[in-house]
Design a protein around this ligand. Sequence first.
Ligand SMILES: NC(=O)c1ccc[n+]([C@@H]2O[C@H](COP(=O)([O-])OP(=O)(O)OC[C@H]3O[C@@H](n4cnc5c(N)ncnc54)[C@H](OP(=O)(O)O)[C@@H]3O)[C@@H](O)[C@H]2O)c1
Length: 269
Amino acid sequence: MTKSSQPIAVITGASSGIGAASALTLSNDGWRVVLVARRADRLEELATTIREAGGEAMVEALDASRGSAVNEMADRVLAIWGAPSLVVNSAGAGIWRFLEETTPAEIDSMIGAPYLAAAQTSRAFIGEMIAAGRGLLIHVGSPASVIPWPGATAYTASRWALRGLHEALCQDLRGTGVRSSLIYFGEVSSEYFQVNPGSHEHIPSLGSWISVSSPESCAEIVLDVVRRPRPVVYHPFALRLMVWTAALAPAPTRWLIARTGRRRGNRNL
Ligand SMILES: NC(=O)c1ccc[n+]([C@@H]2O[C@H](COP(=O)([O-])OP(=O)(O)OC[C@H]3O[C@@H](n4cnc5c(N)ncnc54)[C@H](OP(=O)(O)O)[C@@H]3O)[C@@H](O)[C@H]2O)c1
């Protein structure tokens, strides 16, 4: 395959964690990768690693929650490389706090990524994908949009918005050849909890029986979904078990999660 015939993937959140690992894994699998995040130096570093290994990478340093910036990026990608057949929406941030502890700016930025970033990036390429009759939009979600836990209010709401985007796209895209996939990961050993200090302490102790995944193992799941697209994927298996339990017994599961999660003062649940 010549380089110009290699498929193109746009990956948001590519400067760190799941997004960076996915970009590397996809590049090793023969994809040309467009690296999107705000920190240009981190993206350049990853692009150099990819190029040294014989891959092709385009660096797009921008705030993916801004529609105008995403549109300009999409114009450049389409002009230079052409239409991508894969978008991986992994840009996301957000500190876990009760709503009254969260600042107005934090609420804005949490809805900015992942939700607005995923909506803007998917929107920018979906028309080309529909015209081509094929394509895949992968969204990196959180179990908070299935089983919420206490003390992560704006974070949880933004992940529900992402899940809503995915569910709506699944309906919209029927018969187009384009698919939407939502991957739920349990805890991942990325920089997330350093970038969002204080959040880790809000994981309910019940969550400790779900093993921590590496960004690299998450990237393997992303690649697996690329090869075999399906609407919803949970990783690891213990997370899937917890979701099944929550579906069978929603009230007891929510009670248990609240009971083993963060409390305000001595409030009795
Ligand atoms: N870590 C976990 O335990 C875990 C578990 C389940 C789900 N998730 C979800 O997975 C997603 C990725 O998390 P991660 O663990 O890979 O975290 P991470 O290592 O902190 O990476 C987050 C990425 O998002 C980018 N980003 C944030 N805001 C952005 C914006 N406005 N525009 C463009 N890029 C933006 C960051 O880059 P810049 O700062 O350079 O922009 C960074 O590349 C998040 O939505 C997270 O909630 C994480």
